[in-house]
Design a protein around this ligand. Structure first.
Ligand code: FCB
Length: 493
């Protein structure tokens, strides 16, 4: 493949009560709408101000191994920043929840780390019962404390069961990077991972079901594929960091879709407590990186085909798959069959929205060849802010008729974060005004954190983190967000 094409692939990854405009000049949101922020365990837990590394830092995940491996830091776009520069929420959680409460938050999206609860090889377990003896009780206790703190503050937890990281016994990302043929723990490329993560989801549902109703199974499955198997690059390079690895890449998509459905079933079986008494003990969704997709050249009809293929890969594989059971065996852009074991496995859709993508057709060239013919476009993706895109992706998701949560939205441009927040919320408000059923909004992120391969180089926090003291200082965007939450809307022009 030419450098030009490869370069372009590098750019790929790096995103009720209805208000009425006339009667609602304050642009208020629906009464039950929830406001909050989002984080993930790997990104915020390490860095405890006083607790020992042994207690604070989870060393058992593929991402921990990845960002601390000298060979990976040498050979990949991975900064290798000390993970202890993270905000240390494993220790500071209760204090942070107080800040959220002061700011009027009523929703907090967090993840439970599989590798914290199951640091050691639990692959012999064939049921949730059999999994129990392997669980780390200290980690479980700490997560219970998290939920108690949220409950006391009147903040509803939305829990991601898997936010990008896998335990080392499931994924040896460094080993697979250097010698894929001989690596044994192949993470998402191994169908057994779908089975194992479903048991883990069942365990989590049983253990925390009395504290949690809102579950997200996976975070941005397509982004994991791109940064791990298609084109790890400056935007994000994740384990195993393979380039155009067609065979595992296609398996990764399929296994993640199947994993969601199996996790859904386990959660419905194991979580039987309806915390908020809305009639459902477990509301199970998936979080997708939804993007506003446009043709690079609107006058070129082939680019419209490219838009359709990008929409298929980013959105439809998961959304059509988990609602109608639509299954595209060869990832060629057409659904081949319907699978009952995948259908009706979605209670809500989580949208992470960051940006727009311009695509141009490169058909008949296909970087994944015969294995995945729909990968036939070049995406251009930047961190340029495109605020109306959030309304567009909400409209796109609304087609499925399910409730929607904005599970992440924010900007690394912390200087300009206030107008960007307002622009996003204006576009979101308009979509709701037009009928979209959006239930809540989680800003990414509560506090600056470990931005995967970038470490602390990219910062998104409402609160600025002082790496040395761990002090949190509200940015102007935190103040503005507090006002919007207090007004439950954007206010008159
Ligand atoms: C999303 C991730 C989240 C964070 C933001 C900036 O892709 O889900 O963890 O890194 O990007």
């Amino acid at each position: 493949m030419s450098q030009l094409l490869l370069g372009s692939w590098i750019a790929l990854l790096v995103g009720c009560t209805k208000p009425d405009p006339e009667s609602n000049p304050g642009k208020t949101f629906p009464e039950a709408f929830k406001w909050g922020s989002a984080t993930s365990g790997f990104q915020v837990e390490p860095g405890c101000p006083t607790w020992s590394d042994e207690v604070c830092v989870d060393t058992q995940s593929d991402w921990y191994a990845w960002v601390t491996s000298p060979e990976i830091i040498d050979s990949m776009p991975v900064t290798g920043e000390d993970v202890r520069h993270s905000p240390g929420m494993w220790e500071t959680f209760e204090d942070d929840v107080q800040l959220m409460q002061q700011d009027g938050h009523t929703l907090y999206r967090l993840s439970i780390e599989w590798s914290r609860i199951f640091p050691d090889d639990a692959s012999a377990a064939t049921s949730v019962d059999e999994l129990e003896p392997y669980a780390n009780s200290a980690a479980i206790l700490r997560y219970h404390e998290f939920f108690a703190a949220l409950d006391a503050a009147g903040i509803e937890p939305l829990v991601t069961i898997n936010h990008n990281t896998l335990p080392l016994w499931v994924h040896d990302g460094v080993g697979c990077h250097f010698d894929y043929e001989n690596c044994t723990a192949r993470g998402w490329a191994d169908p057994a991972t779908a089975y194992r993560i479903a048991l883990y989801a069942g365990f989590v549902g049983r253990e925390f079901g009395a504290e949690v109703d809102q579950w997200a199974t996976l975070n941005e499955p397509f982004a994991n594929l791109l940064s791990g198997y298609v084109q790890p690059g400056e935007d994000r390079a994740g384990p195993p960091g393979l380039t155009l690895a067609a065979e595992p890449g296609v398996a990764v998509i399929r296994n993640q879709i199947e994993a969601h459905a199996a996790m859904y079933d386990q959660l419905k079986t194991e979580d039987l407590s309806d915390v908020d008494e809305d009639g459902a003990a477990a509301n199970v969704g998936i979080v997708l990186n939804m993007v506003a997709i446009d043709p690079k050249n609107p006058d070129r009809p082939e680019d419209d085909d490219a838009v359709a293929h990008a929409d298929h890969l980013y959105h439809r594989l998961f959304l059509d798959g988990l609602t109608d059971g639509a299954w595209d065996e060869d990832i060629d852009g057409d659904f081949d069959t319907t699978r009952d074991d995948l259908a009706d496995r979605l209670d809500w859709i989580g949208i992470n929205y960051y940006n727009r993508m311009l695509v141009s057709s490169i058909a008949p060239f296909q970087p994944f060849g015969d294995l995945a013919p729909a990968f036939d476009f070049l995406p251009e993706f930047t961190w340029e802010s495109y605020e109306e895109g959030i309304g567009r992706v909400v409209e796109r998701a609304s087609v499925y008729g399910l409730p929607i949560f904005i599970t992440e939205n924010g900007t690394p441009n912390t200087e300009d974060a206030e107008p960007i927040l307002e622009g996003h919320l204006e576009s979101l408000w308009q979509a709701i005004d037009a009928g979209a059923d959006v239930r809540g909004y989680a800003y990414w992120s509560f506090v600056d954190n470990y931005e995967w391969s970038h470490g602390l180089d990219m910062r998104f926090g409402l609160y600025e983190l002082d790496i040395a003291t761990k002090a949190r200082t509200p940015r102007p965007v935190a103040e503005r967000y507090r006002e919007i939450i207090a007004a439950h809307g954007l206010g008159p022009e």
